[in-house]
Design a protein around this ligand. Structure first.
Ligand SMILES: Nc1ncnc2c1ncn2[C@@H]1O[C@H](COP(=O)(O)OP(=O)(O)OP(=O)(O)O)[C@@H](O)[C@H]1O
Ligand SMILES: [Mg+2]
Length: 345
């Protein structure tokens, strides 16, 4: 019965508004499909393929991470090597001092090498050489805990440049360049992914974010542009930075600006929810979308999205809330009343 279906969705966390990063890409419905124009996934993929620095501009919850993970984790750009540089919990020097930022990038690669089993990889290669000194076969090693592209000889080579502490060489800029060169020499396009800028530029308890915004969009983007130009970059930029005077500096260093779209209609919200249902509860559940939510409930969800600042995360939170209310009431379909309750929660 339908009420069981709603219970099943609830148990599957179908409308979880904050999925894990590894899940985001698979849950994403391409904006290009929703809007019927190749202005987002394709535009991002093309820019990355050209090695550009791209700003994804949009408010919190608008889908910047979702789009990034979908494009960089999918088949859009063959041979892409994303390096996810997180700075949210790092000391301020990392976003204030370009050298410290570069050191952090190398440290990020070092950690990924360790997670991918880089040390074992080095050992395995040495043993392989001792056993078969003339073999030129690539050594298939790796623990699978690192990025998907970090395998085989590339992993071994990266392991030789960085160690768990960070760069082994003295000059951190040279180490960073070497890392990028080694990746590029393997036929891959390194991409620096700077997706958590909100959390480090504008932190609660940090009254003047201006210094960080100025440093990041000035000297740090400059060092990426001028010293790490082998890498493409994808930078999540919150709407509110656009009017910040310090953001003006970024113009010179960000080649492509992609504003996050607003989805056009309630049908788009339905497609996003149906895809969630498919991924979490299976295709049979997704095919019963009409049993799950009334058209009026979908329309109410969309109206709320339209006035609520383009936040897909908020839509999912409300959809989840409406699902909870429908289940609590023992109803077999999510209706407008459940959505209204969720909106006022
Ligand atoms: N096109 C889409 N298809 C399916 N789900 C989407 C889409 N865009 C966003 N979402 C969902 O909306 C939620 C918010 O998206 P996301 O985390 O990408 O926002 P964001 O712009 O990165 O926000 P923040 O600035 O807070 O990091 C996630 O649960 C994500 O799965
Ligand atoms: Mg995000």
């Amino acid at each position: 019965v339908a009420a069981d279906l709603l219970q099943k969705l609830l148990a599957a966390h179908a409308f979880n508004p904050a999925p894990r990063e590894q899940e985001l890409g698979g849950l994403h419905v391409p904006f290009d499909d929703l809007l019927g124009a190749p202005k987002h996934e394709k535009a991002l993929a093309d820019a990355v393929r050209r090695g550009e620095r791209v700003a994804l501009i949009g408010p919190s919850g608008s889908g910047k991470s979702s789009l990034t993970e979908h494009v960089l984790g999918g088949d859009y750009v063959p041979g892409v090597a994303p390096i996810r540089v997180r700075v949210g919990l790092e000391p301020p020097e990392v976003v204030l001092d370009p050298r410290e930022f570069v050191r952090h990038v190398v440290r990020t690669v070092a950690k990924a090498v360790a997670a991918a089993g880089g040390r074992d990889a080095r050992k395995a290669r040495r043993i392989a050489r001792e056993v078969e000194p003339h073999s030129r076969r690539s050594v298939k090693v790796g623990l699978g805990g690192g990025p998907a592209w970090m395998t085989g000889n590339l992993l071994v080579e990266l392991g030789g440049i960085v160690d768990d502490e960070g760069p082994t060489g003295v000059d951190v800029l040279e180490s960073a360049l070497l890392v990028l060169e080694v990746i590029a020499a393997a036929g891959l396009r390194p991409v620096l992914v700077l997706d958590d800028t909100d959390h480090w530029l504008v932190r609660p308890g940090l009254d003047d974010p201006g210094e960080r915004i100025a440093a990041f969009f000035g000297p740090i983007l400059r060092v990426i542009a001028e010293r790490m130009s082998l890498a493409a970059a994808v930078v999540a930029v919150h709407d509110s930075y656009l009017t910040h005077p310090a953001f003006a500096d970024a113009d010179a260093f960000l080649e492509t600006r992609l504003p996050m779209p607003a989805v056009p209609d309630s049908g788009s919200v339905a497609r996003v929810l149906a895809h969630r249902i498919r991924r979490t509860a299976g295709p049979a559940a997704a095919a019963r979308m009409d049993d799950i939510m009334t058209p009026a409930a979908l329309a109410r969800l969309y109206d709320n999205y339209a006035v609520g600042g383009r936040s897909m995360r908020r839509q999912l939170r409300i959809a989840h809330g409406a699902l909870v209310h429908a289940c609590d009431a023992g109803h077999d379909r999510i209706d407008v009343g459940h959505v209204d309750l969720a909106i006022t929660d």
